[in-house]
Ligand binder design. Structure first.
Ligand SMILES: NC(=O)c1ccc[n+]([C@@H]2O[C@H](COP(=O)([O-])OP(=O)(O)OC[C@H]3O[C@@H](n4cnc5c(N)ncnc54)[C@H](OP(=O)(O)O)[C@@H]3O)[C@@H](O)[C@H]2O)c1
Length: 348
């Protein structure tokens, strides 16, 4: 057995999904037996993981991010950074977590395994009444939302204006919709199909939703943004759509890119950045760890409150046992899916 968990082996094994090389997830992922992590060291906890999401970013990490820092996704590796489970044992000095407690964690590598050891500071109790499914999705998407809202605020320079978002029917997109309604932000949603537009309009009737499959979508966006264009575009699609999105911005506007669901490319020269004083900015949840522990604790408290008060914003599409990871990957890739696919494993 080739151990991927870098810990002295205590003789017991667990199941984990691993990949030995980057490539199409269905092809390179495999179920394996790995040495279980040993008893936690001081300040650590050992968690039996019950449920973890298959995020688009997890699949991109398996495929290999273009331009990812060297070693960041070195193989062999076990994917996953988020999940929920039950504390098995706590290391010396851990006061705020106890065995048997339900917890969520992020960012903890190797979440697609049955057991993991994590620094206690990255593990948070699940509020009472929050289901396991919701808890498995409790941290990444709300923290992404907060990261995006901060980037939008920076880009507005105190002059609020219309915001356009792509992939608006995604789990993150729906959180952005709910936040826009709460804060009175003039948000225009873009989705890629008429069916997706219909579904999102039913869910958020107060927000204009436009399908890029309509020939007149650019004019519809211009009308919905008051004729001048958007102050900010929040984009998770990228690729060949980037040029079109830059064209939707008002002069001085900002394109915030935070995902790459699309394909193709757009030459930088075609964006007219200089004459129109446009800004293009990348935003990633990876920058979240640079916030102070107090700031991160506030963000986690926001996520936990949201999970308690608005569980409908943490929709799970389906759950598959780790052994059925191929079905889970297929489901996660299915167009028109609503909610996030979970990989599950038993409590013992
Ligand atoms: N930067 C960060 O730190 C960070 C953190 C979290 C998430 N993200 C990114 O945020 C995005 C949304 O994540 P999520 O988990 O919320 O997604 P999700 O729930 O899995 O939903 C994906 C959505 O994207 C749409 N979509 C897929 N391919 C598309 C394409 N080529 N063109 C237009 N729309 C497309 C789908 O539309 P259909 O309904 O039509 O299938 C679906 O609504 C992803 O790009 C993810 O990588 C980034």
């Amino acid at each position: 057995m080739m151990p991927i968990i870098n810990n002295p082996w205590n003789g017991s094994v667990m199941r984990a999904i691993v990949h030995d090389q980057h490539g199409e997830a269905r092809r390179v992922l495999r179920l394996s037996e790995q040495p279980s992590p040993p008893a936690p060291a001081a300040g650590q906890v050992r968690v039996r993981v019950l449920s973890r999401p298959v995020h688009p970013g997890d699949l991109a990490g398996v495929e290999g991010f273009p331009g990812a820092p060297r070693g960041r996704f070195a193989t062999p590796r076990i994917p996953g950074l988020e999940g929920m489970g039950v504390v098995e044992t706590v290391g010396e000095g851990v006061r705020d977590l106890r065995p048997g407690q339900r917890v969520a964690f992020f960012p903890v590598p190797a979440a697609w395994s049955e057991l993991l050891t994590a620094p206690s500071g990255l593990v948070v109790p699940v509020p009472e009444g929050v289901s396991d499914e919701t808890a498995a999705l409790m941290l990444v998407n709300p923290i992404t939302l907060l990261t995006l809202l901060r980037a939008v605020e920076d880009a507005q320079h105190g002059q609020a204006g219309p915001v356009v978002q792509t992939a608006a029917g995604s789990s993150v997109g729906k959180l952005v919709c709910a936040a826009a309604l709460e804060h009175g932000t003039p948000l225009v949603n873009l989705v890629r199909s008429a069916t997706g537009a219909q579904t999102l309009r039913r869910r958020f009737p107060g927000l204009p939703t436009i399908s890029t499959a309509d020939t007149g979508w650019r004019t519809q966006v211009r009308d919905a943004t008051g004729g001048r264009g958007a102050r900010v575009v929040l984009d998770a699609v990228g690729g060949s759509l980037t040029g079109e999105l830059a064209g939707l911005l008002d002069d001085g506007g900002t394109l915030i890119t935070y995902g790459q669901l699309g394909s193709g490319s757009t030459p930088l020269e075609s964006l007219a950045l200089t004459p129109r004083a446009l800004t293009v900015r990348g935003v990633s949840i990876e920058q979240w760890m640079a916030r102070t522990p107090e700031e991160r604790a506030e963000d986690v408290a926001f996520a936990a409150r949201l999970a308690s008060t608005a569980p409908e914003l943490f929709e799970a599409a389906a759950g598959y046992d780790l052994a059925d990871f191929a079905k889970a990957v297929d489901h996660a890739r299915r167009p028109g899916r609503s909610g996030t696919v979970l990989l599950t494993s038993p409590a013992s």
